[in-house]
Design a protein around this ligand. Structure first.
Ligand SMILES: [Zn+2]
Length: 317
């Protein structure tokens, strides 16, 4: 099959072996898949991953131990837990000690003609969530995770740092949660999108951090984002970290102690809520599609997705 592989270098492989069958898993023919900043970070060394990239996908089930799934259009959760360890048994299977993660940790990803996942990871998509919307289910679920971790209401002043792919989803989800949301970004066209969505936005160079935000969500994908977040958050406020950055920089963490700031890591979230929001058109994702490219152009597509200001690049199989 065709696949986009990272093994020290990124390359398109026209004759990659089909993924090997494992007990109880389901074979999916991938229709299309979205390029995520995590994919780009992996090519810079994040997670030391080697294999087929890609974890935001939509496809059709070809073969499954769950006969009802065959022929269904699905997207899939990316964590594959062992089901036996202490974390799995305590209900934290997304944090399973033995987990594999689609396209990120010991599990070939979805930038390929076919992908395998346990049937329990799959979500059947309603007709209203077409393939272009469906590739956003995984990152949108990650945005919804914040609403599970924090109590948010109309009095919670939120700043979203970073007007990239994930930041623009987070801002919409938190607006829908009723919070006064402000986006801080760098790109005029993203600011125009925020205006269309009735989300206030400011240019990075136009702000004066005043330690007055209840919640600051760092979606910058850069190590510098956290430093700015520390200057924006109020004492006893919360910084939510959404970026996975391979690069490490020295940081003075004393402000977190002095201001008694809570730092909250936030990763994968509820697919059901994301699918419902897309079916209800509560979140605009189609405005985030930058370009569709064939899997054969995967190397070029990744390079494009890494350019400043470029939104979602979709690979079609
Ligand atoms: Zn486990």
């Amino acid at each position: 099959m065709k696949a986009l592989v990272f093994d020290d270098a990124l390359r398109f492989d026209p004759r990659r072996p089909e993924p090997a069958a494992a007990d109880g898993d389901t074979l999916i023919r991938v229709h299309q898949a979205g390029v995520c900043s995590t994919d780009l970070e992996i090519t810079r060394g994040y997670m030391s991953y080697r294999g087929i990239l890609g974890h935001e996908f939509v496809g059709t089930v070809v073969d499954s131990p769950d006969a009802a799934l065959v022929g269904q259009r699905v997207c899939g959760e990316i964590n594959c837990p062992c089901g036996r360890c202490d974390l799995c048994r305590s209900g934290l299977s997304n944090h399973c000690r033995e987990r594999t993660v689609l396209g990120i940790l010991n599990h070939d990803g979805a930038f390929a003609d076919h992908v395998r996942l346990p049937a329990t990871n799959l979500h059947v998509l309603p007709a209203g969530v077409d393939d272009d919307r469906a590739v956003f289910v995984e990152p949108l679920a990650a945005a919804f995770q914040i609403t599970r971790q924090l109590r948010l209401d109309s009095k919670t002043w939120v700043t979203v740092l970073g007007d990239g792919r994930l930041g623009l989803l987070v801002a919409q989800v938190l607006r829908n949660a009723g919070c006064p949301v402000r986006m801080i970004g760098k790109h005029a066209e993203k600011m125009a999108l925020c205006e269309k969505w009735q989300i206030r936005s400011r240019g990075l160079n136009d702000i004066a951090p005043r330690h007055d935000q209840d919640v600051v969500v760092d979606c910058t994908g850069s190590a510098a984002g956290f430093e700015l977040a520390m200057r924006l958050v109020r004492p006893r406020g919360t910084i939510v970290l959404k970026s996975t950055v391979a690069q490490g920089i020295p940081l003075n963490l004393a402000p977190l102690v002095i201001d008694e700031v809570t730092v909250l890591g936030s990763r994968c979230g509820p697919f059901g809520e994301a699918i419902r929001a897309l079916a209800d058109d509560a979140v605009d994702v189609l405005s985030l599609v930058h370009k569709r490219m064939k899997l054969e152009q995967g190397v070029e597509a990744m390079e494009l997705a890494g350019r400043p200001g470029v939104m979602k690049v979709i690979l079609t199989m």
